[in-house]
Each structure stands twice: as C-alpha cells, then as structure tokens.
Design a protein around this ligand. Sequence first.
Ligand code: ADP
Ligand code: ASP
Ligand code: MG
Length: 408
Amino acid sequence: MGIIVQKFGGTSVGSIERIQHVANRVVEEAKKGNKVVVVVSAMGKTTDELVDLAKQISDHPSKREMDMLLSTGEQVSIALLAMALHEKGCKAVSLTGWQAGITTEEMHGNARIMNIDTTRIRRHLDEGAIVIVAGFQGVTETGEITTLGRGGSDTTAVALAAALKADKCDIYTDVTGVFTTDPRYVKTARKIKEISYDEMLELANLGAGVLHPRAVEFAKNYEVLLEVRSSMERESGTIVKEEVSMEQHLIVRGIAFEDQVTKVTVYGIKHNLYTLPTIFTALANRGINVDIIIQSATNSEEASVSFSIHTQDLPETLQVLQSLEGANVQYESGLAKVSIVGSGMISNPGVAAKMFEILANQGIEIKMVSTSEIKISTVIDEENMVRAVEALHEAFGLADEAKAAHVK
Ligand code: ADP
Ligand code: ASP
Ligand code: MG
C-alpha cells in the first residue's frame, strides 16, 4: 500500500458539482488500496476576490492580515471536500496548514515551507481516513498564519509528498498536462509527455503558471515523482522527473512568457568597485526582485547599468534609486519576457542566434537578453509577446514533434 498525494487547483474545485467530481477521483485512488492525501486550492477565483475585498479597504493592507484573509479560501474547500467524501461513505478529515504540521519561515505573503511534522497526518492515514490539507498556507514558529505565494498549493502538495515519502504526487488542473507553451495563448501547443525537473523549473520560473516554481524545487530536491494532469479528462498527463529519455532530439522543450516587465537604467553614477553592490544591495534590502542585469558603458568615471523588474515593483525601485547619490534613472514599462527552454541547448550552438533571427524576421526588437545553460530569455515590447511566442513555437518545430528533430 502506497501513499499518493493528489492536488486539485481552483478551477477543479470551482463549484459544488466539481467538488463532488473531485471526491469521485479521490475515492477511485483510495479504492486502489492507496493511502490518499489531498491538497486543494480555494474555489475558483476566490483568492482574487479576497484580494479585491482587501483593496477596497486599503492600498497597503497589513501583510499579516492579508494572510489571515487569503488563507480562508482554502479552508472552505477542504471542509466541503471532506463533506462530499463523507456523503460517499468515506472516512475523511480536513486539516488547515497548521493542523497538518506545516511550518514556514516568518514571512507573510510568500513564505517558504521550513518543516512538516507529519505525525498527525500519518495518524489519520493509519486510522483509514483520507486526509485533506489546505493548500497555500502554513504557520510560523510563533503561531502566525502565512501563505506561500500565489499558486502555492502546488508547493504544499509536493512538500507533503516529500515529507511523507509518497509514491507519487499528482497535480490535477484545468489542462491535460504541461504544454510546449501556454495552450490558452497558442492553439498549436502540444502536451509534453515527460520533462526534466531542471527544464520544468526554468519554465515555471520564467512564467509558465502551470506549476509553482517552489513545487518543482521540492520535487527536484526530494526526487518526488510528479504528474501534471487534468481533473476532468482521463488521459495521462506530463511526468516531471530527473532523467528524460524521450524526445531527446528536441532542442527547445518549451516556451514561457510573462508580461508586466519594466527595464530600468541607472546612469551617471560615479564608477568604482562598489557601484554595483551599492545599487543592488539597496534594492535587495527592500525585497525587490531584480531579473536580467546588463552593465554597459562604463568609462573610468561613470557607470551605466540596466536591469529588469516586475512592473509592480517600479514605484519602490524608483524610491530606492532616488536615494542614491548622483544616480540618473530612466525606465521603460510595457515590456514582456519571452524565454525558450530546453536541455538540448547545452550541446547545440547557435540556438540564441536562431532565436534572434526568428524575432528579427518578425520585426521584433530585442531589448535585453539573458541566458543559462538551458534557457534563453529576451525582453521585448509587450504588444509583440504572443506573436513572438507563436513564431518561436513554430520555428523551433514545437507544434510538430517529427519536424522538431530536424531543427538546427
Ligand atoms: P490550478 O488552479 O489548477 O493550479 P493554474 O491556473 O495555476 O491552475 O495553472 C494552469 C494554467 O496554467 C493553464 O490553464 C494554462 O493556461 C497555464 N499555463 C501556462 N503555461 C503552461 C504550459 N506550458 N502548459 C500548460 N499550462 C500552462
Ligand atoms: N488559492 C491560491 C491562489 O489562487 C493558491 C493556489 O491556488 O495554488 O494563488
Ligand atoms: Mg496553480
């Protein structure tokens, strides 16, 4: 008898009917003889609605109270799912994050899970109950409720799977798996059968919202076998694992994109060894996430450095930079980041050149570039984002597996 963790996202528990459908899928898993732990998100758009309520009261609500508010969404769905399972004659118990033993760091809004004490979950499982855990939440050592960042229920599920040494973690969602790019935007997107942890981590970090990046980090660190699949359809989904044997001929595995990018340029600061540490320490101290950094035009006197940030961090970034002596600041919002990801890049030179050429042929100007071993990111105008993704998707042969083998 194994332990299986199942996670159902917001759309999958978006109505009473859907919760009943989820209950059926949970029962199916339990009937195979498995001990089942279920993690659920808040129903439908509940979290967005709660954020909206807070905004109606304050532009800067207390982060502690935001967590108090947002964590209620998941509490509703765990209780309803437990009731639905009871109606089916199953033994089931719902647990909030703290009841499930999930301890996080002392940080509101985007806390990391530090530890999971599985004693209580194991006890319920041993008593023959299906355990339903609220996703996206935990508690600090000082007893404060925290949340794990938007999309964080995936992380609850994978972290529980790791702590319980579960045989598998199934992420049930509103698509049938991980696609070559977001199928909502690109109709020719194709479901990927298998993907490595590293590739999935890049895609998730670069904007593919299908999995929370920290969920993939946990999966990689603890070698949790992960499958992303549909809560509605029966077909098998995408397996995320260490080694991926199939489709090795592919150079690019997937394309991720995100909007709301702003490029900030700081120029005219006196140049010395401490210019970069001064700027970036000041930003880091305010918790501002800086992405691509380009240092250019350094003569002996003056430095110029550009970096990209999330547009929502712009006001705070400008505040920080204005406090630096002599810094002139320019910024450009309305940008997007489009990234190609694939382990095939390691052994294939010329992938960046091909990407730049494809974008140039579309008349799309590239404003920033960054690369790692298995990804190339470009910053472009937001209005060109979807067109760029479509062109890259087509040219790297992602819509058509057979063709991809010949992409040079
Ligand atoms: P859930 O509520 O189940 O967690 P999410 O909305 O967080 O669901 O994630 C699923 C969504 O992720 C899909 O509806 C899809 O639009 C989006 N998505 C973005 N990139 C991808 C991708 N590469 N493959 C599949 N889905 C993707
Ligand atoms: N309910 C939370 C959100 O909407 C967490 C999640 O769904 O994973 O972000
Ligand atoms: Mg999600």
